[in-house]
Design a protein around this ligand. Structure first.
Ligand code: GLU
Length: 239
């Protein structure tokens, strides 16, 4: 088990991403990373503890209003910085993934034939390239994600950002939990509400197959059939 946290806010989100990752440490992990959108995508990754990310972030003076973070439990590819998430395609898409893409070899061969190159040994990198490829024929980020995930077999919790759509995070889940946190200064996602209790007590639990578009002032959720739906907002009594 491992973790995802992401947020879009009117303040620098990095401190909340790091704090969220610290609250996910109990799930076990071998490496961690964050990516921030600030004009372009900027990424910091490291093997080992979240504290090494914290130090690197501090030294980099990185800031941004939208970002994603991950603690990895390696399933495909060794424990290396290159395999740590977030993974990026074409400098345009960055994403974090919990789970396993079972048909990644087949997808990878197809993407290699389309001219994509790979910088990691993970199953995850095919997700980033599949979304980048889908963006060529779709006119929103969420529709690109909805198209790309049709080709995956396996499990995923996903947090996705794109330099082409700097006002949103896309979340998707199948076989891995994801919760949306509705905060005062922004909206967040995480694989466990524990990661978000310092920003909100209001949560929406995504269901199997849901895909959500999360903006600072609007959250839209689509079910497995692509139908716009409402999920209940639950107030947590956890501290
Ligand atoms: N299968 C992916 C990897 O090995 C994600 C692992 C995870 O859920 O942390 O990078």
């Amino acid at each position: 088990m491992c973790g995802i946290v992401a947020g879009i806010s009117n303040k620098n989100v990095l401190p909340k991403l790091i704090e969220g990752l610290e609250h996910l440490e109990y799930r076990g992990y071998d490496s961690a990373g964050v990516a921030i959108l600030n004009g372009s995508i900027k990424r910091i990754r490291s093997t080992g503890r979240v504290t090494s990310i914290k130090t690197k972030v501090k030294n980099s003076k990185l800031e941004g209003l939208i970002g994603i973070g991950h603690t990895r439990w390696a399933t495909h590819g060794g424990v290396t910085e290159e395999n740590a998430h977030p993974h990026i395609s074409n400098n345009k898409i960055a994403l974090v993934h919990n789970g396993i893409i079972e048909n990644y070899v087949e997808l990878k061969n197809d993407q290699l034939s389309k001219g994509y190159s790979f910088s990691s040994e993970t199953d995850t990198e095919v997700i980033a390239h599949a979304i980048d490829f889908a963006m060529k024929s779709c006119n929103t980020l969420i529709s690109s994600v909805q198209l790309a995930i049709k080709s995956f077999s396996g499990s995923y919790g996903l947090g996705i950002i794109s330099s082409k759509y700097p006002d949103q995070i896309i979340a998707a889940r199948k076989g891995s939990p994801l919760v949306i946190g509705i905060g005062k200064n922004g909206n967040y996602i995480a694989s466990d509400q524990m990661a978000l209790l310092s920003v909100t007590k209001k949560f929406i639990f995504l269901e199997e197959g849901d895909v959500a578009e999360i903006k600072i002032d609007k959250i839209s959720i689509y079910d497995v059939d692509g139908k716009l739906i409402k999920r209940p907002i639950i107030t947590s009594n956890l501290k």
